[in-house]
Design a protein around this ligand. Sequence first.
Ligand code: 6YU
Length: 502
Amino acid sequence: SSVDARVLIIGCGISGVGAAQKLIRQGFRNVRIIEATSRSGGRVKTGRLDGKIIEIGANWIHGPSQENPVFRLASQYQLLDEECMSEENQSVDIGGLPPLLSTWLSSSGKKLEAEVMAPAVEVFLSLLKKCQEFYTSSDAPMSSMGEFLEREALRISNEEWKEDETRKLRQALFSTLMKLECGVNGTHTMDDVDLGTFGMYKSLPGLDCTFPGGYDGLITHMMNELPKDIVLFNKPVKCIHWNNIHSQSSSKEGTCPVTVECINGEIFEADHVIVTIPLGYMKKHHDTLLNPPLPQHKMHSIQRLGFGTNNKIFLEFEQPFWDEECEVIFLVWEDEYDLQNHVSDMKTAWIRKMSGFTVLKPTERYGHILCGWIAGHESEYMETLPEEEVLHTVTRLLRRFTGNPTIAPKKLVRSQWFHDPYTCGSYSYVAKGCSGQDIDNLAEPLPLTGSEAEPLQVLFAGEATHKSFFSTVHGALLTGWREANRLISHYNPSPRKVTANL
Ligand code: 6YU
């Protein structure tokens, strides 16, 4: 029966915790979570810089409004400040990018005027909107977003703006916005992102907000609802043996459909396993993670879908060099008017991939901290450098762009998601040539026959298995709930609905 069914959840990120929460509320008594690391939360990871809260992983609630389950939970647990909870904040519909107060710094150490930059930002935003529309109209003129953005941005620039220094600067700004977009999508270059499927991602209303006490408060509160000791930490799973392939037992009764083998040799038996392992890890280990191996079409979709890196570099200053009201600082390289979104020489130029910094607010809480954003292979390379070298390079960059040779951040903390052995990157995107079908394939449970007589063995959740909210915390949470519900209805099949066709 459902209450006795042994359910093993692999991964203690928000999707795993969410699945456990739902199952336990439904009366499942035999639920355990196996986690590779010594902590829960996964890519929700709150850290400290000089005692101040910083988010190493997820930063915002994207679209904090009633349809967003992370917003609903965070409100219930009273983790948000009043402004974020306000009706007004919930109803703001910006469709993705918040209208932040920006400062534009150029590589020659000048502050660029907002009025000069604004038309380029407008063009870029309107192009992004166009990209979204290709999903419903199904008439994307080419395969990748990068090609489209580059072609259209340069076309509009040439047609509408005089050929002068301003035009060059605006084109250089396009490069900055492309790099920013690489971060938003978690990709190396926008050439890797599918144009026709970009609009499959759905943004919810509400102005993005943060957790004043740290994102991990959400995980802590959810975990408090679960039985103590439900999580087995420090147990990386090596292989999931399904279809009874690993069972030692000779009698038919008492055999287990699934056994989970950990790297340390420990074995756990289960009736059902919910896999919430990040796509980055699956890409690396898909040929050995399941035995028998994954069916071909699932394997292909794992290989084809995108999973890239977006990292943060936090810098603390004694005194701010930015204006009090500034919310984001963008870096514009004047020689990048040809719309580059990756660099040619990694060793000397990786820092060029950094699009800019967000300012941590409010100042009373954070003091003077900037968060630098860097995506792609350059970001992965940055992870390999000693911290002092990163600090040195970022300091030189800031001195150059401000024209102030005395700027000196006093502390640095960075994320290193690509080299995190159980994440292998930051989040998923729909790579060129992929479609929603690939995400469906990823989410499909095993065995595939789908007959009612055949029990579900291995189920798949996690951020990358959500068709419209992939790459987010709320998307991940919804997939955990989805797979819990799949098991719940497996044990309590709802009576067939008879539709009266009158
Ligand atoms: C969101 C946001 N956000 C930034 C960064 C990252 C992500 N996301 P998990 O990985 O959590 O759990 C899996 C577990 O499995 C884990 O604990 C593993 O250890 C374990 N595991 C793995 N292998 C195992 C094995 N073999 N055995 C056992 N266990 C194993 N989402 O909503 N808002 O702001 C961001 C962001 C740096 C890395 C994000 C954000 C994505 C979410 O974090 C992510 O989808 C979910 O947490 C995943 O949960 P899960 O359960 O699926 O997996 C200039 C400037 C301008 C300003 N704008 C900048 C642009 C930036 C835009 N980007 C947005 C995203 C950000 C910032």
